[in-house]
Structure formats: structure tokens, C-alpha cells
Design a binder for this molecule. Structure first.
Ligand code: CO8
Length: 257
């Protein structure tokens, strides 16, 4: 399948998706987001894929929603047309998605990275929610996921001033999990994805589901959910294999991966 705005390839058990609108610094529009939802759905259904890496260009992961396409929208159009409705499908991916971020991740670009499960940043990465400078506010989680990731103080600072945060600050704040040299970004992200894809897929998917659940429910509910998933994994051959391999001091050969 070919895409207008994405480059899609596989590297072993890893799906690699590259945003490809260089003329607009990978600005996001409905075509990008529809194609992204479709490719992630296809990877979810593909038994040969265990994890996905989403990246942009060296200069920009994505510089936000496409301002030129948005500028003439009015309230009734955007409300009746459900503008950006369904753009959050990335967060519904069931397999892990790693955002490999180089350069600008602004507005919708930062929100897109936050819909992924892990953000690995190049030292050149710049994160921000500059919507306030355009007379609007974040529309796809910038006020919600960012606040959960970095806390109220820094989220308010970024959302109200529109300033950018560099990779060091983003790591310190807890938005990104690793910062690497620009030339190491893809190597690091692909290696992390390969590592994840080498494990038992049901365990990986349940681990993702459990961590995400913690953001939505009370601690007691979250702990109950985790315990059910934990117990259920003892019904898999991969649990037998993983623990037998440990006891025999050999590498596990997971069946469901
Ligand atoms: N939309 C459309 N075009 C863009 C965007 C954008 N967000 N960002 C950059 N471009 C275009 C520029 O217009 C320019 O095009 P052209 O060559 O035709 O003039 C080209 O990309 C290169 O950009 P610059 O010349 O501006 O490059 P610079 O290196 O000088 O500056 C910046 C880079 C700082 C990133 C600058 O381009 C910039 O400030 N961009 C806008 C950033 C922004 O405000 N983003 C937030 C947008 S609003 C938003 O995202 C709402 C989110 C709603 C939900 C989305 C869910 C996914």
C-alpha cells in the first residue's frame, strides 16, 4: 500500500513510519492523520510486527497542525465537520509506538508525540504548544497529556507562553525517556523497538494497556486491572517458556512474538 504523506517500511519485526511533508515541516492535516491511523491499524493486525517507530525529518518531527489549511475555518464548520475528530486514533494503537523526535515537535506535533508510548529525542528536539500565539489553544491533548507528563507548573508555562522546551528540559521534565545525539536517534529508537518486539506480544500489549490505564482510573482500580492481566498471562505458553528459559539459563524463544 502506498501513502501520500507517509513513508512506510518494515525492519524485521518493527514497522517504521516516516512523516513525509517536507515542504510544510510535516504539518499535520486530515490526510496525514487518516493515513497514520490506517497504517497503525494495519500494523496492529500484522502478526509479523511487534512494535512501531514513528519519526519525521531531521528538521521537524511535525511543526503542528497545518495552519494554512486551518486559517479559514469557522466555528460552525469545525463543529459540524468535527474538525480533528478521529485524529487521536494514534493513541488507540494496541502495539507499542515509539516517537523518534528530531527538530520541531510543536502544537499537534508535540501532541502526536505524546500519543505515542515512548518518546526518544535527538539533542536537536524542541517541544512546545504554541497555539496561544495563533489565538487558539491545544486541541489534541496538549493541555491534558502534557499536564499528566510534566505536571501543572511546566504545562501551564508552555501552554500559556507558547515557548519551546529543548530536549534536555523535556527529559528533565519527564516528557521524553531518552535524549541521544542526532546521528544516533534512529539507531536507538529502532533498537528499543526491536527489543520490545522480541518479547511475548500478549505481555507487551498488556503492559502497555496497564500503564495507560493508570492515567485514567483510581489507584485501587488500576491495581485490580493490573492484577487480572498479570494472572491472565499465566495462561500463555510464553510465560512457561520465559520462566523455563530463565531456570535453564538460556534465551527465551517466545511463541507469540
Ligand atoms: N502549518 C503549515 N505550514 C507550516 C507549519 C504549520 N504548522 N509550520 C511550518 N510550515 C511551513 C512554513 O509556512 C514554510 O512554508 P513556505 O516555505 O511555503 O513559506 C515551511 O513550512 C518552512 O517553515 P519556516 O520557513 O517557518 O521554517 P523556520 O525554520 O523559519 O521556522 C518553525 C520553523 C519555528 C517551526 C516555524 O515554521 C513555525 O513557527 N511553525 C508553526 C508552529 C506552530 O505554531 N505550530 C502549532 C500549529 S497549531 C496546532 O498544531 C493545533 C493543534 C490541533 C490538534 C492537532 C492534532 C494532531
Amino acid at each position: 500500500m502506498s501513502y501520500e504523506t507517509l513513508l512506510v517500511e518494515t525492519r524485521g519485526r518493527v514497522g517504521l513510519v516516516t512523516l513525509n511533508r517536507p515542504q510544510a515541516l510535516n504539518a499535520l492535516n486530515s490526510t496525514v492523520m487518516r493515513e497514520l491511523a490506517a497504517v497503525l491499524k494495519a500494523f496492529d493486525a500484522d502478526k509479523e510486527i511487534g512494535a512501531v517507530v514513528l519519526t519525521g525529518s531531521e528538521k521537524a518531527f511535525a511543526a503542528g497542525a497545518d495552519i494554512k489549511e486551518m486559517q479559514t475555518l469557522d466555528f460552525v464548520d469545525s463543529y459540524l465537520g468535527d474538525f480533528i475528530g478521529g485524529w487521536d486514533q494514534v493513541a488507540a494503537a494496541r502495539k507499542p509506538v515509539i516517537a523518534a523526535v528530531s527538530g520541531y515537535a510543536l502544537g499537534g506535533g508535540c501532541e502526536l508525540a505524546m500519543m505515542c508510548d515512548i518518546i526518544i529525542a535527538s539533542e536537536t528536539a524542541k517541544f512546545g504548544q504554541p497555539e496561544i500565539t495563533l489565538g487558539v489553544i491545544p486541541g489534541m491533548g496538549g493541555s491534558q497529556r502534557l499536564t499528566r507528563a510534566v505536571g501543572k507548573a511546566k504545562a501551564m508555562d508552555l501552554v500559556l507562553t507558547g515557548r519551546m522546551m529543548d530536549a534536555t528540559e523535556a527529559e528533565r521534565a519527564g516528557l521524553v525517556s531518552r535524549v541521544v545525539a542526532p546521528e544516533k536517534l534512529m539507531e536507538e529508537a529502532l533498537a528499543a523497538a526491536e527489543k520490545i518486539a522480541s518479547f511475548s506480544l500478549p505481555a507487551v500489549m498488556m503492559a502497555k494497556e496497564a500503564v495507560n490505564r493508570s492515567l485514567e482510573v483510581t489507584l485501587a482500580e488500576g491495581l485490580r486491572f493490573e492484577r487480572r492481566l498479570f494472572h491472565s498471562l499465566f495462561a500463555t505458553q510464553d510465560q512457561k517458556e520465559g520462566m523455563a528459559a530463565f531456570a535453564a539459563k538460556r534465551k527465551a524463544e517466545f511463541k507469540h512474538r
